[in-house]
Design a protein around this ligand. Structure first.
Ligand SMILES: [Mg+2]
Length: 266
């Protein structure tokens, strides 16, 4: 049992009390923000930015966003914060003044396959990224099979790529990357190493992250319904926002020496 954690309904744990020894990894869509009709229409509440800023300070900088979005998107939504980032499902990362990632895919067959599809169905939306591409069908969920068929066909001509299913989105990404792999990379960095990792996410694309943090003595926290390998759950993005605000308030104030602060939670 992770210290500071209690059982809740259906055998899932409630989130633990955050300590200064934790590292916090957070998905964005469906986690920090409610999912919107279009990806660019999400609303970031000011209290979320305030909580993240306070927690970044309280945890000595060990707060990272782990998302399928691009870095430009996250920086714009969370401005003026400039947090450590694993974006595009781990294909890109940023930590301090360092950044990098895997090589971009050669996506021409995918673009060729999508062109007629997008012309016939303007309610579909393609989102080019640096390392891959996402096809959103939230406005036309009946087209999911058609979208999948087109992308799977195109991917036969794109070595090193795979299809990732999210919530009303299909993403073409490099095979070798995952959110779990991105979190492992961070945990090997001095800023994060030795800390107890928490990863909070809402989608099947977050499952690899849950497994990784739990293998490192931490806890995966699933936001919302659905089967998961995470051991803890929060019911919704508003519930997460309340938890973040509470954690930020509890950790506010000057740092105490470790012994005085009662640190040592796992
Ligand atoms: Mg999400």
């Amino acid at each position: 049992m992770v210290k500071g954690v209690t059982r809740q309904h259906f055998g899932m744990l409630a989130p633990p009390s955050l300590t200064r020894r934790h590292a916090l990894f957070l998905d964005f869509d469906g986690t920090l923000v409610d999912i919107a009709a279009q990806p660019q229409a999400v609303q970031v509440r000011p209290d979320v930015v305030a909580s993240l800023r306070a927690l970044h300070e309280a945890l000595g900088g060990a707060v990272a966003i782990v998302t399928g979005r691009t870095a430009a998107d996250i920086d714009r939504f969370l401005a003026p914060l400039h947090l450590p980032l694993a974006c595009e499902h781990g294909a890109r990362y940023r930590l301090g003044d360092r950044s990098g990632g895997v090589a971009a895919l050669r996506l021409q067959p995918v673009l060729d396959a999508l062109r007629p599809l997008l012309q016939r169905h303007p309610e579909l939306r393609a989102e080019p990224k640096n390392a891959g591409i996402a096809l959103h069908y939230r406005q036309a969920p009946q087209l999911e099979a058609l979208c999948r068929q087109a992308l799977e066909g195109a991917l036969r001509c794109v070595p090193g790529a795979e299809l990732l299913q999210g919530k009303c989105v299909l993403e073409v990404k490099p095979t070798a990357v995952s959110k779990g792999g991105a979190i492992l990379r961070f945990m090997d960095e001095p800023l994060f190493t030795g800390r107890v990792p928490l990863f909070i996410g809402d989608d099947v694309t977050d499952e690899s992250g849950f497994v990784v943090v739990q293998s490192r003595g931490g806890l995966g926290i699933k936001v919302g319904d659905g089967a998961t390998q995470a051991l803890a759950r929060l019911e919704s993005p508003p519930a997460l926002r309340a938890w973040l605000a509470g954690a930020a308030a509890a950790l506010a104030g000057p740092r105490l020496p470790r012994a005085a602060a009662g640190e040592g939670a796992r």
